[in-house]
Ligand binder design. Structure first.
Ligand code: FES
Length: 147
C-alpha cells in the first residue's frame, strides 16, 4: 500500500474513532448512567436456596439481584420479587429495605414502593408509577421467580 493511501485510510479511521467513541462497548453503561434501562420482561428463573447464591436469602429482610430482578425475603419470611429497574426514570438501583415493614426502595431519587409495587411517595412532579412485581413459589430448595 502506498504511504499516502495508508495515511488517508488511517485518517478516516481515526476520525471515526473520535466522532463515535462509544459505539457498542459502552452503550450499556450510558443507559445505566442515564436511566432508561428496560424493565425486565419474560422473567422466569430459579434460585437454588441451598446454593451460595440462595444462602444470601436465608435471613428475613435479605435480598439478591438477578436478571434485573430484586428477589427478597421479606420481614415475614415470604419471598417477594420486583423489577430492579425503577419506574421513575429507569435506573436499575431498586433494592429491598426493612423500612416500614419492608418496602422496595430506589436510592437514586428516593422512590418507595409497597411489596405489591404500589408507589408510596411522589418524586419530582412526575406521577408515581407502579413498580413491576413478579410471582414467586418455592418447591423444596428451589425458588422460582416468574411473571
Ligand atoms: S430512578 Fe428511582 S427514584 Fe428516580
Amino acid at each position: 500500500m502506498e504511504r499516502k493511501k495508508f495515511l488517508r485510510t488511517l485518517g478516516a479511521g481515526a476520525a471515526f474513532a473520535i466522532a463515535f467513541p462509544c459505539i457498542g462497548a459502552c452503550s450499556k453503561d450510558n443507559n445505566s448512567e442515564e436511566g432508561n434501562t428496560p424493565v425486565p420482561s419474560g422473567v422466569d428463573f430459579t434460585v437454588d436456596l441451598a446454593s451460595t447464591e440462595g444462602e444470601k436469602l436465608a435471613e428475613n429482610g435479605s435480598f439478591i439481584r438477578k436478571n434485573l430482578v430484586i428477589v427478597a425475603k421479606n420481614l415475614e419470611g415470604e419471598f417477594v420479587a420486583a423489577s430492579q429497574v425503577c419506574s421513575h426514570q429507569g435506573y436499575d438501583e431498586v433494592e429491598f429495605s426493612g423500612q416500614n415493614g419492608g418496602i422496595f426502595y430506589c436510592g437514586v431519587h428516593g422512590s418507595r414502593f409497597e411489596q405489591n409495587g404500589t408507589p408510596t411517595n411522589q418524586v419530582d412532579t412526575q406521577p408515581a408509577k407502579a413498580l413491576k412485581v413478579f410471582k414467586t413459589e418455592v418447591s423444596g430448595n428451589i425458588l422460582r421467580v416468574f411473571e
